[in-house]
Every structure is written in C-alpha cells, then in structure tokens.
Design a protein around this ligand. Structure first.
Ligand code: HEM
Length: 197
C-alpha cells in the first residue's frame, strides 16, 4: 500500500528576522555589484590599466549608473542594518546571536560537532557586524570628504580609504560562503529555506 508522502516540516523563523535577512541580501547584492562598477572606472589596483572586474558582476553599465545604484542602495542597506540592530535589541535576540565565552569554551573543550558549528556560526555572525560598520564609515568618508575629513585622515590618505572600503567586497563574499556552509551543516536545506518562506 502506498503511503502519501509526509509534508516536510520546516523550522519556523520570526517574520521580522526573515524580512531583515531578505532585505540584507538584496541590499548587499546591490552594494557589491554597483561598487564593482564604480571600481572599474578607476581600479584601486593598478589604475585605469589595472585589474578590471568582468561586466557580468557589475551593475549600472558605467560609472554614473554604478554610482546611482550604489548611492540609492546605501539607504536600503544602512536603514535595514539599523532596523535590524533595534529589532534584536528589543526582542533580546542579540543574546543568542553573538559570540560569548561559552562558545570559546566549547571550541576548546567540546567534541560535539553540532555545538562546534553553533560556536563558529556565532563567531561569524559577530565578525560581519564590524565589517559592515567599517563599510559604512569608509563609505561616508568617500561620500562626504569635505564634511568628514577626519574619516579620510583616520585611514591616512584617499587611496588607503578606497582600499579599506574595497576590502568589504571580499570580506562580505567570504562571510556569505561560510555562513551558507555552516547553515547547511547545522540544519541542511530545511534551515536555509526557513529563512525565506
Ligand atoms: C557592504 C557594503 C558595501 C560594499 C560591498 C561597497 C563596495 C564599494 C566598492 C567596491 C566601491 C569602489 C571603490 C573604489 O574603487 O574606489 C565603492 C565605492 C563607494 N562607496 Fe561603497 N560599498 C558598500 C557600502 C557603502 C556605504 C554604506 C556607503 C556610504 C555610506 C558607500 C559609499 C561609497 C562611495 C561614496 C563610493 C565612491 C563613489 C565614487 O568614487 O564615485 N558604500 N563601494
């Protein structure tokens, strides 16, 4: 006798977390691709004859188009990050999301693979926050250098500021890959899917 297939039970995520997460993915995609378009106009690595990014990874078709996308997406990206910060403070989720001394102890002592994955995941969640804040700080320095010259000075000169801002590209990509892999290891496709629907 054929048994009907059991409906798959997905872990449920709070609607707020899913909304912030989805907006974050969209805004980071726009920031990365439009940023790479801006980069191509005058690469920080080697100048106009330097290392260019293939057009498939860029957004905006040319410098002005890339800047329009980048400057528009700044609002989505920054306000979403701010909203998320307020959300995790109010709902007290921050207590479970970020690395604590328990995680460090677990890394040193536990043999439980699941516990190790959680510890690493919280380290990764924690490390992306200063990376994103640094992208905002250096971005503001490049956006309004006349109003915030101290940001440029903090990094030494304009070229160094551009370099540090650019570093957010590989760092965000590395974060996404590790975050994805650890999510898969912790709960497979079901957990990943539960963040979207
Ligand atoms: C994680 C998020 C972000 C990524 C991945 C990113 C990426 C990039 C990249 C690759 C460039 C080209 C750098 C160069 O070659 O000089 C760039 C330029 C720029 N970004 Fe971002 N960015 C991010 C967030 C921000 C934010 C939050 C702001 C503003 C608050 C901002 C403002 C700017 C400005 C003003 C420029 C220079 C535009 C120009 O020279 O015409 N970025 N970004």
């Amino acid at each position: 006798m054929n048994h009907p297939a059991k409906p798959r039970k997905l872990p449920t995520q709070a609607i707020g977390a899913r909304i912030f997460h989805t907006l974050n993915i969209i805004s980071l995609f726009l920031m990365l691709t439009s940023g790479l378009q801006i980069y191509n106009a005058n690469p920080v690595f080697g100048g106009r004859a330097g290392l260019h990014i293939p057009p498939i990874f860029t957004l905006g078709a040319w410098l002005a188009g890339g800047r329009h996308w980048h400057f528009a997406a700044i609002w989505l990206f920054s306000l979403n990050l701010l909203g998320y910060g307020i959300y995790i403070l109010i709902t007290r989720r921050w207590r479970h999301r970020f690395v604590g001394s328990n995680d460090i102890k677990a890394l040193q002592k536990t043999q439980n693979p699941q516990r190790l994955i959680y510890a690493w995941h919280r380290i990764i969640y924690t490390s992306i926050i200063p990376i994103l804040l640094l992208a905002i700080l250096t971005g503001i320095g490049m956006y309004k250098p006349a109003q915030f010259p101290w940001i440029v000075d903090m990094f030494g000169d304009w070229q160094a500021l551009r370099f540090v801002h650019f570093a957010s590209v590989p760092l965000v990509i590395i974060f996404v890959i590790i975050h994805w892999r650890l999510g898969q290891k912790a709960g497979g496709d079901k957990l990943t899917e539960s963040m979207f629907w």
